[in-house]
Write a protein that binds this ligand. Structure first.
Ligand code: SF4
Length: 331
């Protein structure tokens, strides 16, 4: 496979085929750097050498009635995850202060819920208005489960820039990991977010036992939705979930190839290496900046991660630069 010519085709407005995308994931180790280089040509064209930092705030933890088997925040997971209801506005604002102190471009309020109730929605909207008044350039993302158009519009009017709702995996594999809602409901919420004018952040989780074709299918499903931002998580098996104690099928190389494949299929989307980054990519973390242009820093919803200082060093050592909120890409 000539990866350079595939990247040139994509840069000229063409597409990668599903067969070629699968070939990325099946590539021998000797092809790894050539594929990374090809993905980087696309990434550099649209995003230069900038890395957008996002900071998460778990505004409601461990209270979700859904049964996503990978998630430690489902009430079906038996573990010691912190369980609390929606945080008050002042606590959510403190999270925004911490995000700004870490040069974050976006602050993401995430709630473990099937769908926000009216009080929860009002709290997120009030916090957004106050954060925007204090930090006009800080972009606000929220992840609140399934939305109706009415709920999505309230977020939009309050000033939320982006809504996150992951597809998690392929349509085919989805019933293996979630039974309390279906893939179509997730697609529907993603479409509602776009319809009301919210940026759509929509990604998934690799390493749950899905096939390589399932990984490709997820990437193309995201392309069909024309997503603005794609978080790619790698399974970090959590206590109390069925995955705990089982070996993680993702190697650093396979994770890097998955990111490259995602970049080929979704050339203009912001691509974020999300949860599981440190544990899965390990010594290859800095290579992830070649296909991806964004990370979460300072940990995730229920797990720790590298500190902002460590991530800043990682970015600088790799020759990339942090994208500051309110500044444009240098592409
Ligand atoms: S809907 Fe979200 S918070 Fe709830 S169990 Fe699934 S992944 Fe976890």
């Amino acid at each position: 496979m000539n990866w350079k010519s595939i990247s040139e085709r994509i840069l000229e407005g063409g597409k990668i085929t599903e067969t070629e995308a699968l070939a990325v994931l099946e590539s021998p180790e000797n092809d790894l750097l050539e594929i990374v280089q090809a993905a980087f040509r696309i990434r550099q064209n649209y995003f230069g050498r900038t890395v957008a930092i996002h900071l998460l705030q778990n505004v409601k933890s461990g209270k979700c009635p859904e049964d996503c088997t990978f998630c430690s925040q489902s009430t079906r997971a038996i573990n010691d995850v912190k369980r609390y209801d929606m945080q008050p506005v002042n606590v959510i604002m403190e999270g925004a202060d911490a995000a700004v102190a870490r040069n974050a471009k976006r602050y993401c309020m995430v709630s473990s819920t099937r769908s926000p109730n009216p009080n929860e929605l009002a709290t997120v909207c009030e916090a957004t208005v106050k954060i925007k008044a204090k930090y006009p350039h800080l972009e606000i993302c929220s992840s609140l489960g399934l939305l109706t158009e009415e709920k999505a519009l309230k977020l939009k009017v309050a000033g939320v820039n982006r809504f996150n709702h992951n597809l998690e995996t392929s349509r085919n594999f989805f019933p293996n990991v979630v039974t309390t809602h279906d893939f179509e409901e997730r697609i529907n919420t993603a479409r509602i977010a776009k319809k009301v004018g919210l940026d759509l952040c929509c990604g998934g989780l690799y390493g749950m036992g899905e096939s390589l074709k399932d990984r490709v299918d997820l990437a193309f499903a995201l392309a069909d939705l024309d997503v603005d931002s794609i978080p790619v998580n790698f399974l970090d098996p959590r206590p109390g979930t069925p995955f705990y104690g089982k070996p993680n099928p993702m190697t650093p190389n396979s994770a890097l190839l998955a990111l490259c494949m995602m970049r080929f299929v979704n050339p203009t989307s912001e691509l974020r290496v999300a949860g599981g980054r440190e544990k899965t990519l390990r010594g290859l973390q800095s290579l992830a900046f070649y296909p991806a242009n964004s990370i979460f820093t300072a940990g995730y919803l229920t797990t720790g991660g590298q500190s902002y200082e460590e991530d800043k060093q990682l970015i600088e050592d790799a020759g990339f630069e942090i994208e500051i909120a309110g500044e444009k890409n240098t592409a």
